[in-house]
Write a protein that binds this ligand. Structure first.
Ligand code: AMP
Length: 183
């Protein structure tokens, strides 16, 4: 977890590779659905482009499908999930029904100033529609109002590991491994 541009996608991919686990990113999945014009993509597109969060029902449906996949049975790295307290509650139920749980929540700690610089760079490099300044402002507000409280929700359950997310890719990756107690 962490604000947009905190490095969740990049570090999640490295961690998934290091642990040989699949990475499941709702943002990537939704962007793919939008590109392919599936019913999910059609429902999500305008909401995403404006920088708002997609509804909890849609997200929980997507998560349920992903967790049921055979390759997810040995564990998964989740990226960009969960983003609201109802999603956290729904996810706990989905996992509980399968006799599973969240082991660790990595919180990527980074200042607003750094975030804005990173998103601007990403906009130039990747051209994501929701990286334009108006959508970024909405995404940051959604993060503060809806997602930041989820960190407290997990904190109360003792699973949050905070990581200083400013530094080189390798330095942050090393901190992630240290936070999880893996070498
Ligand atoms: P991301 O790539 O994780 O920044 O996600 C891009 C966009 O997809 C977000 O701004 C939301 O519109 C949507 N999205 C991705 N994950 C979620 C989620 N867990 N809950 C609600 N919306 C999401």
């Amino acid at each position: 977890m962490g604000p947009p541009g905190a490095g969740k996608g990049t570090q999640g991919a490295l961690l998934a590779e290091a642990l040989a686990l699949p990475k499941f990113a709702t943002g990537d999945l939704l962007r793919d659905a939008v590109r392919r014009g599936t019913p999910l993509g059609v429902r999500a597109r305008a909401v995403m482009e404006a920088g708002h969060l997609v509804s909890d029902d849609i997200i929980l449906g997507v998560i349920g499908d992903e967790l049921a996949r055979p390759e997810a049975q040995g564990g998964v790295i989740l990226d960009g999930v969960v983003r609201t307290v109802p999603q956290a509650e729904g996810m706990a139920t989905l996992l509980g029904e399968r006799g599973r749980r969240i082991d660790h929540v990595l919180f990527f700690d980074v200042s607003d100033e750094e975030i804005l610089g990173r998103i601007e760079r990403r906009r130039t490099e990747e051209g994501r529609a929701d990286d334009d300044p108006a959508a970024v402002a909405v995404r940051l507000r959604a993060y503060r109002e809806q997602t930041a409280p989820v960190v407290d929700w997990y904190e109360a359950r003792g699973v949050v590991r905070s990581v200083n997310a400013v530094g080189t890719l390798d330095a942050v990756a090393a901190r992630v491994r240290e936070a999880l107690g893996i070498s």
